[in-house]
Design a protein around this ligand. Structure first.
Ligand code: 4NP
Length: 151
């Protein structure tokens, strides 16, 4: 299974999701692949936000080598599951995909943990460091739910 985690900037939320999911895939010995991308191009080529790196490292996961890239239409062909971290991200994925895009592959990430809740992962970009741990924990629980469901 090839999974893509998508947020706006690909520097705060989806890099945590990529790093956490890769760590779990390795621990469980699953034949899955994971990547992340952003619907906006502001931060392309950058490493994850320092607080995203920090909260992951505090849990033993080094995401410092990841680099931001933009989500493209081609990602619909390259991945089996595309997880939108938030509702606005979901809408932008649909916009980029355009007519004929297989939106059946796209799902709001937290709906795997709380089905039908249509909850977004809060965007910690506009807040302070305190915002990153709750985001990490929500992503961690949701990744666990995904592994249990599809492994
Ligand atoms: P992310 O957070 O989508 O979780 O990576 C953001 C990062 C940057 C911006 C917005 C959200 N920005 O506006 O630059």
């Amino acid at each position: 299974m090839r999974i893509l985690m998508v947020c706006l900037g690909n520097i705060c939320r989806s890099p945590i999701a990529e790093g956490l999911m890769r760590n779990k895939i390795e621990q469980q010995g699953l034949d899955w692949q994971v990547d992340s991308a952003g619907t906006e191009s502001y931060h392309v080529g950058e490493a994850p936000h320092r607080y995203s790196q920090k909260v992951c490292l505090e849990h033993g996961i080094d995401i410092s080598a990841q680099r931001a890239r933009r989500f493209t239409k081609k990602d619909f062909d390259s991945f089996d599951k595309i997880y939108a971290m938030a509702k606005d991200v979901y809408n932008e994925i649909a916009e980029i995909g355009g007519h004929g895009a297989d939106m059946g592959k796209v799902m709001l990430f937290v709906n795997e943990l709380h089905p039908g809740s249509n909850q977004s992962v809060p965007d910690p970009w506009y807040g302070n460091e305190d915002g990153y741990l709750p985001v990490y924990e929500l992503i961690d629980q949701t990744c666990n739910a995904i592994i249990e469901k599809y492994k």
